[in-house]
Design a binder for this molecule. Structure first.
Ligand SMILES: N[C@@H](CCC(=O)N[C@@H](CS)C(=O)NCC(=O)O)C(=O)O
Length: 204
């Protein structure tokens, strides 16, 4: 059975647990603590030179990093990835948007404002307005799309929705006010109602 190297409160790792559960893929969890630096030690760096989770490790020794790549690998050929060429590109469009325009602000604000030790947060405090401005811009893009569509891509629930749900549903932890984005709120409710949905806190 593949091993998911992960951190329990990480939205990036939650995306993988959620997709795996909805696809009935069994994974063994190897969990790391947020602040002990284990993913930067030689043992882990030998598996992922980038020192980050999630990381999927297979029995034959292969390893796959990056939440988007792992989601794509698990979901390819299932109902969570469309077969149509255009719709597949739409899924990727939203997944790349998540990694470049959304996660770097919303997930980072969440980490520093909700999990980092206060004295370390003080060194980052000057960045909070930029995280909020850019994160709100990303939420605005989602609001514009979701006011006209039920799902992000392909007209149905897909790994694009899972990728964006990870840190959108927990954005309040980063100081974001989701009430300003009612279509995003309605979409969060739809995602959470999908069969097999599990909350972020679920251990496995
Ligand atoms: N782009 C990566 C980001 C992965 C990432 O930032 N992982 C964090 C947890 S959410 C991590 O491993 N932090 C530990 C560290 O950087 O040492 C993905 O989507 O998987």
């Amino acid at each position: 059975m593949p091993v998911l190297h992960q951190m329990q409160m990480s939205g990036n790792c939650y995306k993988i647990r959620l997709a795996a559960r909805q696809l009935d893929v069994e994974l063994t969890l190897e969990s790391y603590r947020l602040f002990d630096g284990a993913t930067r030690k030689p043992d882990f760096l030998a598996k992922n030179a980038n020192g980050r989770v999630p990381l999927l490790e297979f029995e034959d020794g292969r390893t796959l990093a990056e939440s988007g790549a792992i989601l794509w690998y698990l979901a390819e050929g299932t109902r969570l990835v469309p077969a149509d060429r255009w719709q597949r590109a739409e899924v990727l469009q939203w997944m790349f948007f998540e990694q470049y325009s959304h996660e770097p602000y919303i997930a980072v604000a969440r980490f520093w404002l909700s999990f980092a030790p206060k004295e370390q947060l003080e060194k980052k405090r000057h960045l909070v307005p930029e995280w909020h401005a850019k994160g709100n811009a990303a939420l605005g893009v989602m609001q514009g799309h979701l006011a006209r569509h039920d799902w992000l891509a392909g007209g149905r629930y897909s790994i694009a929705d899972i990728a964006l749900y990870g840190y959108t549903h927990s954005a309040a932890d980063g100081g974001f006010d989701l009430s300003a984005y009612p279509a995003v709120g309605a979409w969060l409710t739809r995602v959470a109602a999908e069969p097999g949905h599990i909350p972020l806190e679920t251990t496995w």
